[in-house]
Design a protein around this ligand. Sequence first.
Ligand code: TEU
Ligand code: CA
Length: 554
Amino acid sequence: MKNKNKVWWKEAVVYQIYPRSFKDSNADGIGDLNGILEKLDYIKSLGVDIIWLCPIYQSPNDDNGYDISNYYEIMTEFGTMLHFDALLEGVHARQMKLIMDLVPNHSSDEHHWFKESSKSKENPYRDYYYWRKGKNNLPPNNWPSFFGGSAWEYNAETEEYYLHLFSKKQPDLNWENPELRKEIYKIIEFWFKKGIDGFRMDVISAISKDLEFPDVDLSNFINIINNQYSNGPRVHEFLKEMNQNVLSKYDIMTVGEGPGINLNNCLDYVGNDRNELNMVFHFDHMFLGHGANGKYEPTPWSLIEFKNIFSLWDEKLKNKGWGSIFLGNHDFARIVSRFGNDNNYRIESSKLLATLLLSLRGTSFIYQGEEIGMTNVSFDTIEDYRDLEALNAWQEAAANGKDMGKFLNGVHQQGRDNARTPMQWRNTINAGFSTAEPWIKVNPNYTEINVYKQENDPLSILNFYRSMIKFRKNNPTLIYGEYKCLYPEDLNLYAFERWDSNSTYLILLNFSEANILFEGDISSSYQLVINNYISPNERKALRPWEAKLFKLDK
Ligand code: TEU
Ligand code: CA
């Protein structure tokens, strides 16, 4: 009999696509659905099971699709519903699944609900959003938006402010209103009926607000997210209702995204007995180095902290829920630039990160371009950046008299556009992404780093990902087995074991440029099965950014 704890979405490797930057099929410089369709065989060749598409709905693109003006239509630049249907069919024909992005915390201000809502206090849609009176000609409270400035915007017509935790073109939807909740469930049902296989849910941790709207201590934004914007009083009631009304009726998967989801509250979202979500993305490792001055003024952190985060999460979720493993996405720096070494050891460290990603417990998520070791980009001027988060932060920093050279450096390190430059397909114009000028510049290193070049090189990062994904699927101990970190206090080495009653795996990852030695025992019955260097060396020795995976069959 099949163990009920073993399900497809736990065993899956997910490939995340940012459609705007993946492949342009009609020469307008913007990636689109047909472009993804063209590349399905490539995606299938990686060995992944699920494709996650970032938002593709109708949107004025203030935040690249995370501001939705119609949840039932496809964004004009990306194609039509016919293109979508063809894509879904193409994915299923290749025995893969497709999950979409649900953005239920806010809509676009160009959504008809909001247009109606802002007309008058009596409008039937008024209560779909949070409208409040100001205080002495100031916003209702001091809440800051994720993208700079106040989280409240004044509407002169009705003389009230509306809440927007993100940009002012992303008004927060009022989940207190049962009619609004029904609309969201209707949207979910619409896409499930089309046959999609699940949702990644955007900032799901923020859908319930503290209706007192108290002022906050402005000194640390991450604390504001943790203590105020996330995990509101009714969030679990809403998720349970959503689960009961729609999710539970389909064989689908859900992954909730959420700053503010932490070790103390994660089981409330994903506990086996909770009937809420299958898994969540947390940001503990992604926010490493985001200090009191925010992400663009990063502070130092160590491998010890990094390892500890993975260990604590594994411990917390084991037997009680399920986790997600990711190192990057469309909101963060490129993983090799952030956690590896994109300078002298780009190939080695990309493979090392792939080894980590695919040998931890939890569903693995790969972000487009990671599989070829795409890196951060350093545009010379802020004019080349597109992300409203960076552009707003830039203006704020300039107004506050900050050192703008230093700030640009912060954008080079941490900006979201690092992950949004076009996918590098070939060493031809615009990296083979488009024949027209792309909406955002390509990373000039596409001449060296591209899919075409790596396709036929057996030692490429791309082919390493392929074999590592295959290895994980053939060795389910890596999916379900126990986890233990060895030498957690070592500053350079991430060593851990995975095991079950059949096999044990020892994974050694040298996160440094130094030559180091593993201090533990590796008995001769352990076989070296994965290595990111070709030439052999002493079993316990690790060269710069070397990754070794040993297997012991019992
Ligand atoms: O991100 C939510 C979120 O918390 C981000 O603002 C994150 O903290 C930030 O990007 C780190 O720099 C989701 C989406 O992934 C993001 O692309 C959207 O901009 C945001 O929601 C609003 O929908
Ligand atoms: Ca296009």
